[in-house]
Design a protein around this ligand. Structure first.
Ligand code: DGL
Length: 273
């Protein structure tokens, strides 16, 4: 069993945003090895159909399996909402996404039973967050809002810019009118706007970061399966990063998020999987 224990966790996203999930896994499961794939050539997933996101996700799962991963984390909210349930039926590995953990913790957090979700168009359209939340507590009302401008603004590095503040105010206006007391940041990138969102929403709204919650769920899952890594490795050996497009932009973004330099970073042809 020890080789399986010490195998990496596979994490994938439509691009660089999933590094916010990697960051939480590194922080909360420091012993675990990670193979990350970012589909930088085909991003965004947030405006694509279920069929397309499912096809892309299947290719990525096949790629991660070549690295003999012991579990897979779908860091992308859109892929978690559109493809995860189908893929989970198809593979023989533990696999989890970010939507379920995010939904569960929002149910615990809300007092007035009014929860907002901000996410990509496809995630909002899938209706999965409301479905999971209302399955746990039918009295909760969920208000969804697609925020398609956030991803490009964040990738531009404008996480504190006044333009982003104005865009956020416009998006959040209707959620604030609904008197939400909890807001799920239902997209990989949005935790990078946490301070800005807090400034607009005020202290009375609790912000939920599904990335953090997901890392806690993986931790419990690995413990339950006795699959926690018990080997020692330096950071340079522990983490491998792959992308489907040139890696320069990836590296720049990674530097702004991760607490250490990415050492193993390769571009691959994902269509071959
Ligand atoms: N990673 C995506 C998500 O969390 C956001 C970027 C995209 O649209 O692909 O939904």
């Amino acid at each position: 069993m020890s080789s399986e224990k010490n195998a990496p966790i596979g994490v994938f996203d439509s691009g660089v945003g999933g590094l916010t999930v990697v960051q939480e896994i590194m922080r909360n499961l420091p012993n675990e090895h990670i193979v990350y794939f970012g589909d930088t050539a085909r991003v965004p997933y947030g405006s694509k159909s279920k069929e397309t996101v499912l096809r892309y996700s299947r290719q990525i799962v096949r790629f991660l399996k070549t690295h003999k991963v012991k579990a897979i984390v779908v860091a992308c909210n859109t892929a978690s909402a559109l493809a995860l349930d189908i893929i989970a039926e198809e593979i023989d590995l533990p696999i989890l996404g970010v939507v379920r953990p995010g939904a569960s913790v929002a149910v615990q957090a809300t007092h007035n039973k009014k929860v907002g979700v901000i996410a990509t168009e496809s995630t909002i359209h899938s209706n999965l967050y409301p479905l999971l939340i209302q399955r746990e507590d039918p009295e909760i009302t969920v208000y969804g809002k697609a925020c398609p401008l956030f991803v490009p603004l964040i990738e531009e590095g404008w996480t504190k810019d006044y333009i982003t503040v104005e865009v956020a105010k416009r998006y959040l206006e209707e959620l604030l009118e609904k008197d939400i007391d909890t807001l799920i940041m239902g997209c990989t990138h949005y935790p990078l706007l946490k301070t800005l969102l807090k400034g607009i929403l005020g202290a009375q709204v609790t912000l939920i970061n599904p990335a953090y919650e997901t890392s806690q769920v993986i931790k419990r899952m690995l413990e339950d399966l006795s699959l926690e890594n018990d080997s020692y490795c330096s950071d340079g050996e522990k983490y491998q990063f792959y992308a489907s497009d040139i890696v320069n932009k990836f590296n720049v973004f990674a530097h702004s998020i991760l607490p250490y330099d990415i050492k193993i970073m390769k571009q691959i042809l994902i269509e071959e999987y």
